[in-house]
Design a protein around this ligand. Sequence first.
Ligand code: GLU
Length: 383
Amino acid sequence: MSDGLSGFRRIVVKIGSALLVDPETGLKADWLRSLAADVATLQGEGREVLLVSSGSIALGRSILKLSRGALKLEESQAAAAVGQIALARAYSEALSTHGIEAGQILLTLGDTEERRRYLNARATVGTLLGFGAVPVINENDTVATAEIRYGDNDRLAARVAAMMSADLLILLSDIDGLYTAPPALNPDARHIPLVEAITPQIEAMAGGAASVLSRGGMKTKIDAGKIACGAGAAMIITAGQRMNPLAAIRRGERSTLFHPAADPVRSRKRWIAGHLNASGRLLVDAGAVQALHAGKSLLPAGVRRVEGDFRRGDTILVLDETGVEVARGLVAYDASDARLVAGMRSAEIEARLGQGARGAMIHRDDLVVGRNWQDEGAVSDAG
Ligand code: GLU
């Protein structure tokens, strides 16, 4: 049997408010249970699933019995505070039936846009996945104001997919994919099953329509596609209202599949190589140079000298003993800690800095080795 999800190992699923919350009756618990069962199946196959769930404002509204009209900013934020706690509990309960723990992550824009916070958020979410838990992510609606908002969870989910090097983003929505025109406005609109690249023509098809409960229309979904596919993930847009919405994708129910533009590690490497100024330098020994060329991370043990004043997440250069640049990458330590751990073995570092101290000075995914970094990237991707 063909399976619309085969081959994907790290999957971000975005759940729109309208799927989860009925304005009259509140949480759609049966639907959530069916989603949790799908998540458990995927996890059981050894895949990782991250959920980006909307619904805090809609659920809070319903719990607080607020009228249907537009809410003021502080009212939505207060509603989100009530809704989010209920949402977290609902996910936690639904997943625990399958022996799966849920971990709540509330993000604000800076968490994915500033390199230091980005690395922190990535490490936390990665650790959570390592524990076998399912991250349940939303925007931190109670503190985010207009200028610091993602604004819609389509784009938030895409940022999360990019940040976590996911290979698939699924947008569960109230529409079963992209049409040649918004179908509500144009009865002749045709469904498009596959988008190989997001061209201006594709963008033009999106229009601007949004449903009452969710902020994102097709336009924000295409914007999400630009972020996620640009970072190397595929994207699927499909209708989520039916029970077991992920099983429905596997069965081949109607959806639109967007192909990734590049693989995630390569696009991050392109970003490292192209867009940042180095703020420090590490001199490393010959063993470390060899390890770098073999596609390994740079460990503190191989670092002879630390130069410059940098912070965790900054781009720094890696030089060999003769001062020639061999690599550049995003450093995992502030300069002062880097000086402290340079030359140390991992066990010593734990003893000095405490358990959980970061192993690599620069992780292999954050490293660009050699001048021909595009080719090098391709080699180390395979390993
Ligand atoms: N973060 C908002 C919420 O949970 C939803 C944003 C969206 O629907 O795109 O209510």
